[in-house]
Design a protein around this ligand. Structure first.
Ligand SMILES: [Zn+2]
Length: 180
């Protein structure tokens, strides 16, 4: 496979009407593209983009739930749309004669990315399968416990807030007197 990044680009312009569909794969871009960029057939990286990765990336699988929905504190508008969990295949084969070829599974947890070997990914998967059963037990127990949850009385809550407000003001006044 050649990866001549110096010669003129052979980008295939497939139009910009794909945004709502699956990303464009290298197989669909054609053999010329694949040879030029050393692409795997399933690679969805647009290597003509100046900030594109040098590696080859599959369409990620991801949870519908967003990380920001679970952890609203540490997510800004920029990464608000990151999935809670995602996984993709990444193949690095830049100058393979020199550097070889390496396949990884990139496992995202919100903003965090774990770059795993397939063996590490298998281990994580096995662990996760065990964890799913444990999580199920925790959720089922919590659902049972939550059956006895109830809303408080807003009037009593208001009186409680007012009382603690009075205590706070009284204490502040005491401290001021002590200082003076
Ligand atoms: Zn590629």
């Amino acid at each position: 496979m050649t990866q001549n990044h110096i010669s003129t680009t052979t980008a295939v312009d497939d139009g910009a009407c794909e945004s709502n569909e699956q990303p464009l794969t290298a197989a669909r871009r054609g053999p010329e593209w694949m040879t030029y960029w050393g692409c795997t057939p399933w690679c969805v990286e647009d290597h003509t983009d100046p900030v594109a990765a040098e590696w080859h990336t599959s369409i990620p699988v991801e949870t519908e739930i967003r990380a920001a929905n679970l952890d609203s504190n540490s997510y800004t508008a920029k990464d608000n749309d990151l999935p809670w969990l995602a996984a993709r295949i990444v193949v690095s084969n830049y100058l393979p004669q020199a550097y070889g070829r390496k396949t990884q599974v990139w496992l995202d947890y919100g903003k965090q990315i774990a770059e795993l070997s397939p063996a590490q990914a298998r281990k994580a998967l096995t662990e996760m399968q065990g964890f799913v059963a444990q999580l199920q037990a925790v959720v089922e127990q919590a659902e049972g416990i939550a059956a006895d949850d109830f809303e408080g009385d807003p009037e009593i809550a208001r009186l409680d807030r007012e009382a603690s407000d009075r205590r706070f003001k009284a204490r502040t006044a005491e401290l001021r007197t002590a200082k003076a």
